[in-house]
Ligand binder design. Structure first.
Ligand code: NAP
Length: 493
């Protein structure tokens, strides 16, 4: 595997089950491709249901010991894991960039972001308080405690291969749960490296297990967990279609679910907005990871009175974005994850142009001496967007900004909410009455007000409507991995 790291032992290609690195039972492998070139550079286990069951057995066996540890001791394991992630952040960033394609500076940011959840939950581990309820009937004491839900299956996407899995494993372990994890087919190496560091942190065998698989085998691997009564919770980040499938398939065993799903984020620029700040916010929110984020603004609504001015300012900034591989320091937009992703972006752009959109910049694939690969797409701005276009209702998941016009607050709030999704929503306004009015009416789990960068380990991240349920980060993030027990103790009369 050609990837120069300080610690070559972070490059793992096997499953980790019950404290052992091992090939999957059938010995099959699937290949990992570099999105910058399309060339494969590693191969990991292509597991089956048997491997998934072995991982669940290990997690179930380890559960009693892990949950019985004092919270302070679980916290110490997480603190050691956090320190190792920080210590090895450069190697982790290189692995992320290589398998996912984001520029190295962004990958470093992702490591810091993912690590912040591990640190946060190492601190929250000791704060899962219960309640004492005042005596209602003489002679009875009423007490509420929180307990870990049990074995948790974590299934994660490719767009943030470190942060998405870290913010599931950390609260689960802090709560006293044990974990079986399956990373995305395209980006297994970062998750495996993270688990290697958890092993080094001394996290006991069976507490954290990871099984990799190809897209062809994913239904079999995850399916084994969905029907397994020992797995008490599924925590999933990914598309709404797969989230619904998991909800249906886990119904027979009534598992707890946390679903962090897709979005279709509106970004509204009112006529009283500070335009430069709004452009800055849009650039930060839209072009992070080349537009491949769940909170990426998908529909940008700009008031008629500032439409032309906003478009002009935006285009100047978008044209300055350099497209290139993660290995170049000056790349700001890396390759898209794979050929399917570029095909979808291209089809959205062509559809928008066929339905009356006007292209101000970009709009096509990029191939030149610097961006010399199959998966590059130019940062794009389309004006006169309308709601007949596919990009108005589907996540484009790429570097494409469609600008919609509006002239009335009520109308734009209705349009913003007119989607089955409800993850993030953004707006820019300097009118304080409007700020509280619009923030209250937007149907979203996360609202950015005069701000484009929203994520924080200290805040609850998650959606409403078909963007899912459950929250990651903050004190709410621990609750997702705990269940409430009521103790009624008599005999005090
Ligand atoms: P995806 O296709 O739903 O895949 C996510 C994970 O589910 C991957 O590990 C995938 O494995 C697995 N999977 C796919 N089909 C499955 C099935 N039938 N049964 C069980 N597991 C299955 O999503 P993606 O394309 O990787 O990620 C992009 C999506 O994630 C976007 O919609 C984005 O908005 C959403 N997202 C949401 C958040 C959030 O916090 N709300 C954050 C990031 C991304 P394979 O890779 O092997 O297919």
């Amino acid at each position: 595997m050609s990837l120069t790291l300080t610690r070559t032992d972070l490059l793992k290609e096997q499953n980790f089950i019950d404290g052992q690195w091992r090939d999957c039972i059938n010995g099959f492998k699937h290949e990992v491709a570099d999105p910058a070139t399309g060339a494969t550079f590693a191969s990991v286990s292509d597991s089956s249901a048997v491997d998934a069951q072995m991982a669940a057995t290990a997690a179930q066996t380890a559960f009693d010991g892990w949950r019985a540890l004092p919270a302070r001791e679980r916290a110490r394991f997480l603190k050691r894991w956090h320190a190792l992630i920080v210590e090895n952040s450069e190697d982790l960033a290189k692995i992320i960039s290589r398998e996912q394609g984001k520029p190295l500076a962004e990958a470093r940011g992702e490591v810091a972001y993912g690590a912040s959840y591990v640190e946060w939950f190492s601190e929250e581990a000791v704060r899962s308080y219960g309640d004492i309820i005042p005596e209602q009937v003489g002679g009875k004491k009423l007490m509420v405690t929180k307990e870990p839900v049990g074995v948790v299956a974590a299934i994660t996407p490719w767009n943030f291969p470190l942060a998405m899995i870290a913010r599931k494993i950390a609260p689960a372990l802090a709560a006293g749960c044990t974990v079986v994890a399956k990373p995305a087919e395209d980006t297994p190496l970062t998750a495996l490296a993270l688990v290697r560091l958890a092993e080094e942190a001394g996290i006991p065998p069976g507490v954290l297990n990871i099984v990799t698989s190809s897209r062809e085998k994913v239904k079999e691997v995850v399916g084994a967990w969905l029907t397994d009564t020992r797995v008490r919770k599924i925590t999933f980040t990914g598309s709404t279609a797969v989230g619904k499938h998991l909800a249906r398939e886990s119904a027979d065993t009534l598992k707890r679910l946390s679903l962090e799903l897709g979005g279709n984020a509106p970004f509204i620029v009112f006529e009283d907005a500070e335009l430069d700040a709004a452009v800055n916010g849009l650039m930060a929110a839209k072009f992070r990871n080349g537009g491949q984020t769940c909170v990426s603004p998908n529909r940008v609504y700009v008031h008629d009175a500032v439409y032309a001015q906003f478009a002009e300012k935006l285009v100047a900034r978008v044209e300055a974005l350099r497209v290139g591989p993660a290995t170049r320091d000056d790349s700001l937009i890396g390759p898209m994850i794979n050929a399917r992703a570029v095909d979808k972006i291209e089809s959205h752009v062509q559809d928008a142009l066929a339905r009356g959109g006007k292209l101000l910049t970009g709009g096509k694939r990029v191939k030149n001496d610097v961006a010399d690969g199959p998966n590059y797409f130019a940062p794009t701005v389309i004006i006169e967007a309308n709601h007949d276009m596919a990009l108005a209702s589907e996540e484009t998941f790429g570097p494409v900004v469609p600008l919609f016009r509006f002239s009335d607050e009520n109308e734009v709030v209705r349009l913003a909410n007119n989607t089955p999704y409800g993850l993030a929503a953004y707006f820019y306004s300097r009118d304080i009455a409007r700020v509280s009015r619009v923030a209250g009416r937007l149907q979203a789990g996360i609202v950015g007000i005069n701000e484009g960068a929203l994520a924080s380990e200290a805040a609850p991240f998650g959606g409403v409507k078909e963007s899912g349920y459950g929250r990651e980060g903050s004190r709410y993030g621990l609750d997702d991995y705990m269940q409430t027990k009521y103790h009624c103790q008599g005999g005090f009369a």
